[in-house]
Design a protein around this ligand. Structure first.
Ligand code: MTE
Ligand code: MO
Length: 401
């Protein structure tokens, strides 16, 4: 009979591509106070293993290119402008439109933004925030991080935009081959202003307190809050201010809804494959808090009633590259003593746990779902996977007599 620990381990191996931070060093000493609510002791082992932040090396990795830029040798990276000493960012007017910029940051003019220039801006304007990174086409997150950067608008202001600018296009290093460009875009308004409670679009250079690795898009990637991963272009080198109002995202050309926001949804993390009929059933998972917020997580055993799970409070140990330390910097949404002002926070993940009552011997299906802040069941009956995966996660359970 496997223990919950064994099951967690197996589960982590089976699902490591999809899930955040499981299977890393078993955290010790994470108390049940983590829950901020009554949690049955049977759930302790499962909860103890829930790491909150994903180690930078454990993210699911996406980055197109032949070769993918993160596989270049250090010398080739240097030559490509992909290390901190050689990195330059251009911010220019779109030459194909009548957009006007008074102070273009351009390589030709010798005015492109350098790493030192970015760090000078960072000294005054740096922000950091927790945000989950999820690929629109995947069922679970690539990873959960604390991202730090300079708001893109501060760099746009440096370029002194004058007129006829409606959209911002941007792309990264692409082996100097136009066929390999991965680009994305935003309306200028979203770059210049943030809706209340939303962090800024930023030029991101740190993840979980460390400089961004080549895999994660370093030295600098775009980071776009509330969006799926495709907006957060890696190996960023060029920002074009355009009077074109249409998007030109590479992901749009691949049949994706490029205006979609992150969805609220739930996934299982640990659940036994089999239990005895005299045992309750310990189950944990994660919820992704998307644009519509999160009020509840619910679990169903076959066609039974949906039962509320406990949404766990902020972790005492953040895990990932942060380990046992407090979160570095002053994350948005946290107070001066490093405590989150609200929990769970939008565009992050929360862990949840439930001890389901025992059921008679038989074969069952476990399902989980979320209820958003407006009280709507998520997923809605919305057959549009290309607006972001948001399905009911189902797993099998055998109950032995
Ligand atoms: N330059 C570049 N940036 C990119 C991509 C890419 O192929 N090239 N893929 C995007 C997509 S589709 C996703 S989901 C995220 C994944 O980020 P990660 O590899 O850090 O997990 O990167 C985005 N940024
Ligand atoms: Mo993606």
């Amino acid at each position: 009979m496997p223990t919950t620990e064994d099951l967690l381990h197996q589960h982590a191996q089976l699902t490591r591509r999809y899930f955040v931070g499981l299977g890393a060093a078993a955290a010790t000493g994470v108390a049940l106070s983590r829950a901020g609510a009554e949690v049955p002791p049977e759930l302790a082992p499962a909860i103890t293993n829930l790491e909150y932040l994903t180690h930078s090396t454990k993210f699911a990795n996406f980055g197109r290119g032949n070769p993918p830029p993160h596989t270049l040798s250090p010398e080739a990276r240097r030559a490509a402008g992909l290390d901190r000493e050689t990195w330059q960012l251009e911010v220019i007017a779109d030459p194909d439109t009548d957009a006007e910029v008074a102070n273009p940051l351009s390589k030709d003019l010798g005015t492109a933004l350098t790493w030192d220039g970015l760090m000078a801006l960072a000294a005054e304007h740096a922000v950091c925030y927790l945000h989950v990174l999820t690929c629109l086409n995947m069922a679970g997150p690539c990873g959960m991080g604390l991202w730090e950067g300079v708001p893109l608008r501060d760099v746009v202001w440096l370029a002194k935009p004058v007129k006829n600018i409606r959209r911002v296009f941007y792309n990264g290093f692409h082996n100097d081959d136009p066929a390999q460009i991965f680009r994305s875009s935003l309306p200028i308004g979203r770059v210049l202003e943030d809706p209340p409670g939303q962090p800024p679009v930023m030029l991101c250079y740190r993840l979980n307190g460390e400089y961004l690795s080549p895999e994660r898009g370093g030295p600098v990637r775009m980071f776009v809050p509330d969006a799926y991963g495709f907006k957060s272009v890696k190996w960023l080198q060029r920002v074009v201010l355009s009077n074109t109002f249409q998007a030109n995202d590479t992901y749009g050309e691949w049949n994706n809804d490029i205006d979609t926001s992150l969805k609220t949804c739930a996934r299982f993390l640990s659940h036994p494959a089999s239990v005895r009929s005299d045992q309750p059933i310990p189950v944990t998972g994660l919820a992704q808090i998307g644009i519509s917020g999160l009020s509840r997580v619910q679990v169903q055993v076959s066609d039974g009633d949906w039962r509320d799970a406990t949404i766990l409070g902020p972790p005492e140990r953040w895990g990932g590259d942060v380990g046992d330390r407090p979160l570095p910097g002053q994350p948005l949404g946290f107070d001066a003593s490093h405590k989150p002002q609200t929990w769970p926070q939008r565009f992050t993940i929360a862990h949840w746990a439930v001890l389901l009552p025992k059921v008679p011997a038989g074969k069952y299906v476990l399902r989980c779902r979320t209820i958003d802040a407006a009280g709507h069941i998520q997923p809605m009956p919305r057959p549009f996977p290309k607006s972001g995966r948001n399905t009911i996660h189902e797993v099998e359970l055998t109950v032995e007599g």
